[in-house]
Design a protein around this ligand. Sequence first.
Ligand code: NAD
Ligand code: UFG
Length: 334
Amino acid sequence: MPNILVTGGAGYIGSHTVAALSAAGYSPVIVDNFSNSQESVITRLEKITGAQIPFYNADVRDGAALDAVFSQYSFAAAIHFAGLKAVGESVAEPLRYYEHNLAATMSLLAAMQKHGVKSLIFSSSATVYREDDPVPYVESGELGCSNPYGWTKLFSEQIIRDVAAATPGFSAVLLRYFNPIGAHSSGLIGEEPQGVPNNLLPYVTQVAAGIRPQLSVFGNDYPTPDGTCIRDYIHVSDLARAHALALGFAEKNTGATAINIGTGRGYSVLEVVAAFERATGVSLPYRVTARRPGDIPEYFANPELAREKLGFAAELGIEEMCRDAWRFEQGRKD
Ligand code: NAD
Ligand code: UFG
């Protein structure tokens, strides 16, 4: 079974991808410094996959540590999740974000170069599109970011493109995720934010669980049908599956290819609230508050390139996303 290096493999998307890779016949090897995840995720992944998952507690920016891991395995490819991801924090601490995320990308590329590994799947984001791009966002759209986190994604894309252009036989897939939510059907892994959640679904499940009194809906005066913002939510297990398909694509193609991973369908905040209530039978107290600075009224993916290049289409709907997120939250409480 081909060995795949997964940086950040203990995190939210990384852990689901490790499960998907294992199911698709790959042998994932995790490098994670557990700065935003727990080591117990590894045991839970072993329960899900029935396989032993090798892991290394190391910082991807540590070239020597990475070199040691690359020396132990012959990797067919690397999937790069490790990095900092809080948009607001990146505005307050731009240097930390640029230093961390760009150093992590370059350190991994250097190790790949040294060990002759020529296949990379990178976690990019829909945040690389310009806010005024027409929806649905298409890969050939204008790029540009409104916060340092986004720029670290766009700069990382560029660095990877340059390395791919300079390295014969190099293949990179830049997956631009829309809004991943939900959790693994086992209820064993899911999103585990530290402190007060920034993102909608973890906040919703914590309100439903009684941890927080009510949801704040950030603004209902946007130019959308119900006035609340519209996003393209995608089940994290669908997103994880796209990585396994991207590995297959990378095997057969060279150069760098950016691909949207979304469903192609947007839901407003109030539609998500309603879907959650339908899926779980739990009623969700909320109040409308001021807009959150930086939020864009509406965006969703054009998912056609993913279909064409990867044979990928999202399968799980919004209620399944809510149901699975809720199952995971309830498991955490027990
Ligand atoms: P996460 O924080 O749950 O996972 C990241 C993992 O990387 C964590 O386990 C963390 O401990 C680890 N990590 C961080 N820095 C590291 C380092 N220097 N060395 C080793 N390990 C390190 O985040 P996630 O939601 O799973 O996101 C994964 C990737 O996808 C990130 O690059 C993120 O920017 C990107 N992304 C996420 C979203 C989203 O909405 N969750 C959307 C678009 C893109
Ligand atoms: N929202 C609320 N109340 C909350 C939290 C969120 O109303 O308590 C609203 C937001 O205003 C937004 C929507 O729910 O309209 C989704 O917000 P999230 O914070 O869940 O997600 P974003 O679309 O703001 O951002 C996410 C990731 C970013 C990534 C971006 C694009 O957090 O890292 O998608 O991929 F860059």
